[in-house]
Design a protein around this ligand. Sequence first.
Ligand code: ADP
Ligand code: ASP
Ligand code: MG
Length: 816
Amino acid sequence: MKILKFGGTSVANADNIKKVIDIAKKSSKNNPIIVVVSALGGTTDILLQAGIKAEKKDNKYLSEIESLENRHIFTVQELIKDSHQDEVISQVRTYFNQLVNILEGIYLINEFSNKTKDKIASFGEILSSYIISEAMKSQGVDAILKNAQELIITDESYTNAKVDFKVTEKNIQDFYAKNESPIVVVPGFVASTSKGENSTLGRGGSDYTASIFAKALNVTELEIWTDVSGMFTANPKLVKQAKPIKHISYQEAMELSHFGAKVLFPPTIQPVLEQKIPIRIKNTFDPGAEGTLITQNTNGNTSPAKGISHIENISLLTVEGSGMIGVPGFTKRILGTLSDANINVSLVTQSSSEHFLCMGIDSKDVTLAEKLFNKAFKYEMSQGIMDPLIIENNLAIIALVGDNMKSHQGISGKMFSTLGSNNVNIRAIAQGASEKNITAVIERKDAVKALNTLHNAFFEGDIKQLNLFVVGVGNVGGKLLEQIHMQQQYLIDEQHLDVRVIAVTNSKKMHFDTEGINLDNWKESLKEKGDKLDLEKFFKNVKSLNYRNSIFVDNTANAKISTLYADYLKNSIAVVTCNKIACSSEYENYQNLKFLARKYDAPFLFETNVGAGLPIIDTLKNLIMSGDKVTKIQAVLSGSLNFIFNEFNSQTSFHDVVVEAGVQGFTEPDPRIDLSGVDVMRKILILARESGNVMELDDIKNESFLPQSSLDADSVADFMATLEPEATHFKAISEAAEKENCRLKYVAEFDNGKAKVGLQHIPSDHPFYNLDGSDNIVLFFTERYSQQPLIIKGAGAGAAVTASGLFADIIRIGNK
Ligand code: ADP
Ligand code: ASP
Ligand code: MG
């Protein structure tokens, strides 16, 4: 014999109930079964809310009960098509009339006691079990209804009543001894006191009803049918990567449910535990799925952590005081104060000196707890033996659970360092004496991030998720998205990195998709679903999403955006940028960004600031970190100027070459930044700073090759217009170099603490002479590379190589 319990979603409407009946029919073919049912999904909430409204003299309760009645009648009409329908509808109406009468009573006397709450809430299961048993009968199924209120007897702690197992078990056994029906339908959750008053077993208590029947009849299996395929490694509604746990022990299931895994009502395990009746959690909407088996031992599965759960709305109470030290019974008194008022304590930590005691309780109980404490310890507080109670709200408890954690070293270390490196602040820590759980109290706003981060660390092999927020989707940004799109699957399979683009912006619009933007059609999504770009809102969104491994990617050359990096870093959001403005701004700002990156453990990477995708800054960092010292840097750092001076000679027009460089994407949006040398100044400044020098842009000598008229131009258009009239000026520059058999290269130099940039005549035996197209070259002279410099050379400009440099920085964060 088996017990099958179906939850609220499983019986929420006629279609779902049909599925339930099919499952019950199949299951009862060889064995008799008992089907325990919850109320139609959401009913209990509506009933209790109606009571609260009636108590407050809010008439709205009437229309809400009316629509609940219609929903039940509609369900009957869908399920029962024969002549029997009218009779069932009439009985449903009778129940609702009784309900409305009680609610009117509440309305009149302004009182909604726990006892009345149970009277009202019981209607949900009474109705559902009646409708389901009648629907079975109308399908010709041999089923009867048995009201659990006649069998399950409790004490009078209404809304959370304690079962009298002796009487209850006898009642169930006596009833069943006489039963001949292969299917008995029983309402979950409801019971009655020995005086015959309605009581209930606590919210979510239908699971418990099923377990009580399972024990009394010593069945072979208890099946909990719900809306998910088992007990998952974490709440599947909050952690997309969560997986059903195949096999778990009673202890583990109990810990997980105690710490918030709602899929099983915590007291459910206790009755079946004694007789070692297996529990199986199954999905009504996917009956073929294996689900979760819960037994005493989980042979073979030795993985230390089995799951993570969490409870929101936690408040932390801290009791502190020198007078508490070594006083016997103090802790007992403190905890007793709470337990006497039925306040559940989810977590307790105590300093070894007993100087303080920290307790996590449901926030709804805080006011009562404070009142009770002030009363119970009035004397101690007045004598200074005990300090006033400290209360912290808006917290959550997160618990890692597993029987085998005790025999594995370093689990708690891994748990806390994982949380720490994602900037999740831990307020308190507790480890169960049995070491079956490790719990941490964190801020509520961090709960979902903490769940996902821990899940990632403990259950996802080593797949790491990176969440990108991409600003700027022009030349470089567009290419970056294209490259990410191409590599996404490869990175998951080969590098175990799941790179998700959560947001994109262009200069007008921004678009977020919390599941990750589909890169097949990001352009359409941005155009059709995007909101007006608002950088402040963008930041707030990124911050409130609070995803682990968040990376802000700046693909623009925008000064305003570069001022936002500090805000991102302060929130532990990494910054990857090809925008040079921040790193070449005042030294203090550059230094501060690096400081924030260290302080908040948020990488700040800008490899593409110099030489696009070439690994220049990374190489420099490695040299410095390994103890080398840079003495001199010589470099051609402007892909655009290199392209321009490679193309420009006595036969070509300077103006046309500059236009062509723009068309090919080699110049900055404003070509004056390249041609004036400012871009190269910024780059050598960044290299000098990264080599450990304190330097400002003004410290760099710039010998411009531009004529005064070009330097004076106010706009890009004006500037371009000066180039043609100045053809002779440019021609003279080129001829002077040709005369010396030299080529023109725009060279940046850092030597002995001083930096300069300018056009130079390069002879044929110099490493710069044969630099093609838009290539860059850097020579690092260091203490180790003193004779022959370390040379890095290659494509130093263009959207594709810049994008691949940004991509490399992103991957670097992934591999951190
Ligand atoms: P029912 O109405 O069938 O009793 P519940 O809503 O009480 O269902 O419980 C099922 C829900 O529990 C799931 O839909 C899921 O949102 C939640 N849940 C929380 N933690 C877990 C977990 N670790 N595994 C599975 N479900 C979980
Ligand atoms: N209907 C009750 C509730 O919503 C009991 C249950 O569904 O388990 O809490
Ligand atoms: Mg439930």
